[in-house]
Design a protein around this ligand. Structure first.
Ligand SMILES: CC(C)(COP(=O)(O)OP(=O)(O)OC[C@H]1O[C@@H](n2cnc3c(N)ncnc32)[C@H](O)[C@@H]1OP(=O)(O)O)[C@@H](O)C(=O)NCCC(=O)NCCS
Length: 196
């Protein structure tokens, strides 16, 4: 697995399907694209990590989210979204113009943000893409001066969040017939200072 740190392409222009309420729009007029190399089988693939840029991508992202998080539970299309989508920042991972991963950040209060719907297509899992997406959301949260992030995670993937610095709090509970738990991430003071 390889990561190209510090390599980014900056593009001018609109940065999200809904510029009025998108966190990206609030923080910058630039859309940053991070490029990430990962190995899939014998091939090395270039993965693009960035925010969604239009409504078509938003709908494609919902479909990809449904494929990973709801279809395996036998749940119909539409169950993959909630009323908070417009008030959120959506990060996607693209390979060959296909959305292979996605994750969402939204503010719960001035200090607290929520990460949700972290979803990587099965054939792209365990290649570091989920890590890249969550790190992207952490960077956006720092730009928004959020102090803490919360995720409601399936307990079977708690390790994934632990490795990123999230710490479980409270007891597991059932949601969609799956065991879940809340985990919290304290944004390092240094990360917050960089954006001041
Ligand atoms: C969980 C998920 C988001 C992780 O993304 P990813 O790109 O596969 O993970 P990364 O390659 O960045 O990180 C790998 C680490 O994540 C964890 N992980 C990844 N997939 C996992 C799985 N299916 N079960 C348990 N842990 C898993 C492991 O700790 C792994 O570390 P290891 O190499 O020491 O075993 C992704 O596998 C996924 O979408 N899974 C299905 C949907 C899901 O459960 N989403 C989370 C909802 S809370």
């Amino acid at each position: 697995m390889w990561s190209i740190s510090g390599l980014a392409i900056l593009l001018p222009g609109t940065c999200a399907f809904n510029t009025e309420i998108c966190l990206t729009a609030a923080c910058s007029r630039w859309t940053q694209i991070d490029l990430y190399l990962c190995r899939l089988g014998n091939a090395i693939k270039m993965i693009e990590i960035r925010s969604i840029q239009n409504e078509i991508e938003f709908n494609d992202m919902l479909y990809q989210r449904w494929l990973v998080l709801r279809a395996p539970l036998g749940m119909p299309r539409g169950t993959e979204k909630d009323k908070y989508e417009d008030n959120a920042f959506h990060a996607i991972a693209l390979w060959d113009r296909q959305i292979v991963g996605s994750a969402r950040l939204r503010p719960l209060s001035e200090d607290l943000g929520s990460i949700a719907y972290v979803a990587i297509l099965p054939e792209f899992q365990n290649q570091g893409i989920g890590t890249q997406l969550v790190q992207k959301l952490i960077a956006i949260a720092a730009e928004q001066n959020l102090k803490t992030l919360r995720v409601m995670a399936r307990t079977n993937v708690m390790n994934f969040y632990n490795r990123l610095g999230f710490i479980a709090e409270g007891e597991p509970f059932d949601y969609l017939d799956l065991s879940h738990i809340f985990l919290y991430y304290k944004l390092p003071a240094a990360l917050q200072l960089v954006t001041d």
